[in-house]
Structures are given as structure tokens and as C-alpha cells.
Design a protein. Structure first.
Length: 133
């Protein structure tokens, strides 16, 4: 049994990027779909789709990774920040800038799962899920 499914998803993506895989498959959940949606919107992955039984327990996300200039991965690093043993919550004024604005932070807020830029614009804080650059 996994204690942190989000960390598992990020680790699978990190390992697939390092192994230069084209696609990675992870078990699906609402939070993972939202994280994949943000990664696609921000240009870190090509696309994703969900497969399996409709509303079944065996649904999976197929995430197609994105490479620039042939074999250079777009995702340089993807790091879990808030963990089950140590949750990290930030206010709107405490949201960190990742790599001087070149990367993104993904937050879970009362307005939904959003990027750090959207959180600053909406003036909301929340749980700092991960950072990507």
C-alpha cells in the first residue's frame, strides 16, 4: 500500500524522464489528473489521457512526456514539497518563486489545484504540493 500516491506519481515521471521514456502510466485520482492538467498547460508534458473502467478502481493516467531538441527533456526536476509526515502550507505572500520564475509550484488551494502564478493573482495560499522546472 502506498502512503503517498502523489510522490509515487512524481517519482514515476522523474524516472521515466531520466530513462528517456516516451510515456509513463500511473494509477489515476482526481488530484493526479489536476496535476497532469497543470503540467500540460504549462508545457512540461505533451498530453495525458485516462483509461480503464468507467469510474472503476483500475483507472490509469497515461502521461506522454515532452522532449525538446530531439532528446532533451523539458522537465529538468520535479520535486515533492508537502509530504504526509510534514505538510507545508503557505500564505499568498510566502509562495516561493521556482528558479526565478522559470519553474512552477503547484498548490492545492480553496480555489482548486493551481500554479503559483495563479495563486498570487487570485490572492490565495494553500498546500505546496510540488515544484517543477
Amino acid at each position: 500500500m502506498l502512503t503517498d500516491p502523489i510522490a509515487d506519481m512524481l517519482t514515476r515521471i522523474r524516472n521515466a524522464v531520466r530513462a528517456r521514456k516516451e510515456m509513463v502510466v500511473v494509477p489515476s485520482s482526481k488530484m493526479k489528473r489536476q496535476i497532469a492538467r497543470i503540467l500540460q498547460q504549462e508545457g512540461f508534458i505533451a498530453h495525458f489521457n485516462e483509461e480503464g473502467d468507467e469510474k472503476g478502481p483500475r483507472r490509469v493516467l497515461q502521461i506522454t512526456l515532452l522532449y525538446a531538441n530531439g532528446n532533451e527533456p523539458v522537465i529538468k526536476e520535479i520535486r515533492r514539497i508537502s509530504k504526509p509526515g510534514l505538510r507545508v502550507y503557505v500564505g499568498v505572500d510566502e509562495i516561493p518563486r521556482v528558479r526565478g520564475g522559470l519553474g512552477i509550484s503547484i498548490l492545492s488551494t480553496p480555489k482548486g489545484v493551481i500554479t503559483d502564478r495563479e495563486a498570487r493573482k487570485l490572492r490565495v495560499g494553500g498546500e505546496l504540493i510540488c515544484s517543477v522546472w
